[in-house]
Design a protein around this ligand. Structure first.
Ligand code: ADP
Ligand code: MG
Length: 147
């Protein structure tokens, strides 16, 4: 899973570098092996990381993406992509619905497709707003988990 994530992130690395985004990894080896469709998971991760990069465009603090990989008590792998970007849109829209986008050129289907793929593999994908990574940066950030 770690290699798979690192590979997928490297594919969008150029955008991240252009915005001087710091990418931090947080995991402990050995990470449980998971059986996945490599290509599908790569597409999903690229969208999650791409969303994080887009959310951090034009913010007035150093952009930070933290990727945490954890093993849960029920032997699943929980992966979190946490950014300190603009935060999730207001509550009355569901970002997992198809064609929901807040971007001028967005398609709004990335998360909808990602969730259906993950659920077809007995996983879950959700997003939540959490307290900030560092106390004196922004108060809330967008955050997604893939498990
Ligand atoms: N990390 C994030 N931070 C803030 N908003 C996000 C984040 N990820 C997704 N979103 C919101 O969810 C919407 C849908 O995302 P997605 O399905 O990938 O479509 P798209 O990227 O084409 O807009 C985005 O337009 C954005 O409003
Ligand atoms: Mg997207």
């Amino acid at each position: 899973m770690v290699d798979l994530i690192r590979d997928a992130v490297s594919l969008v690395k150029e955008d991240a570098t252009r915005q001087s985004i710091t990418i931090e990894y947080d995991y402990q080896e050995p990470v449980l092996l998971v059986l996945v469709d490599r290509f599908q998971v790569q597409q999903i991760i690229m969208n999650l990381v791409g969303n994080a990069i887009e959310a951090m465009q034009g913010i007035d603090r150093p952009p930070l993406l933290r990727i945490c990989i954890r093993q849960t008590a029920d032997r699943q792998v929980l992966t979190e992509f946490i950014d300190n970007g603009c935060g999730l849109p207001v509550h009355d829209i569901d970002i997992f619905d198809a064609f929901v986008t807040t971007k001028k050129n967005g398609m709004g289907i990335g998360l909808a497709i990602s969730r259906s793929i993950i659920e077809a593999h007995d996983g879950q994908l959700w997003a939540e707003t959490i307290r900030t990574l560092e106390p004196n940066l922004v108060s809330y950030s967008g955050h997604q988990r893939l498990r």
